[in-house]
Write a protein that binds this ligand. Structure first.
Ligand code: SF4
Length: 266
């Protein structure tokens, strides 16, 4: 069995506790307008043209996005940095795309990690059948769970899918006691409005608070714009401004009544 991945990032420090290896699996059921990894959405290997400087000239070169990897190959990559995980209480994070789109591989991968005593995290959009969660819960220490909008119509307009499965899944996951860090992209004029963030805060307050140990607000940025060009995809948020530091702090304050540590991740 092989997974289709598009990247493995070593020494990641924003995808869970400590120093981690983040494995990015390809394929996502959502098409968020603000996606920073548009190369993750298509569940096939893609070929795109990129501009590459060689000397003082630019050349167009073909780049393949995605490669297949076996569990043994992946584990051998992960093992290279074991000493850093042990010294920092870090581990391995499976991200995407939506890593649970490749549930058979993911289940085996988190199980192998746990068998060798590695801390495991799954970064999920939540848009999968809950039975997929049930398969990985026994081997997963932490879920990084993205929630975006409480209004179903807007959620669908911005991400391509409705939000009911996502909101149901996070409630069930919290009830079963799994540790969850909620991640909320903060995209001005789209989901980062006072109305939506207050509604999200109210939604979180109704969930089992003990399971949710952190909230991260992720400011929208434009660092990925070139990826849309390379993939011949339209960047529909080209006119949206990045939020200011003050805006982020104001939005952070909305979550204060929850008494859950809320961070701004730059
Ligand atoms: S869920 Fe994440 S990876 Fe998927 S489209 Fe949205 S931002 Fe991109």
């Amino acid at each position: 069995m092989k997974a289709l991945i598009f990247d493995i990032k070593r020494f990641a420090i924003h995808d869970g506790p400590g120093v981690r290896t983040t494995v990015f699996l390809k394929g996502c059921p959502l098409t968020c307008l603000w996606c920073h990894n548009p190369e993750s959405q298509n569940g096939d290997i893609e070929i795109c043209n990129v501009n590459k400087p060689i000397g003082d000239q630019m050349f167009i070169t073909e780049q393949h996005i995605g490669r297949h990897i076996t569990i043994d190959e992946l584990m051998s990559d992960i093992e290279k940095d074991r000493i850093y995980y042990e010294e920092s209480d870090g581990g391995v994070t499976f991200s995407g795309g939506e890593p649970m789109m490749q549930i058979d591989f993911l289940e085996k991968a988190v199980k192998r990690c746990k068998e060798t005593d590695l801390h495991t995290a799954i970064d999920t959009s939540g848009y999968v059948p809950y039975s997929f969660f049930e398969r990985v819960i026994p081997y997963t220490d932490l879920f990084l769970f993205d929630i975006k909008h409480v209004d179903d119509k807007r959620h669908k307009a911005f991400t391509g899918v409705d939000n009911s499965i996502i909101l149901d899944n996070i409630k069930k996951l919290a009830e079963c006691g799994s540790e969850i860090w909620i991640r909320i992209p903060a995209v001005p004029d789209y989901n980062a409005t006072e109305e939506n963030l207050e509604a999200l805060s109210n939604f979180i307050s109704d969930i089992n608070a003990e399971s949710i140990t952190r909230i991260y607000l992720l400011p929208y940025h434009k660092l990925s714009s070139h990826k849309y060009d390379n993939l011949n995809m339209a960047d529909k948020l080209v006119n949206i401004q990045e939020p200011t530091a003050n805006q982020m702090k104001e939005w952070q304050r909305i979550f204060a009544p929850l008494n859950i540590k809320t961070y701004i991740k730059g």
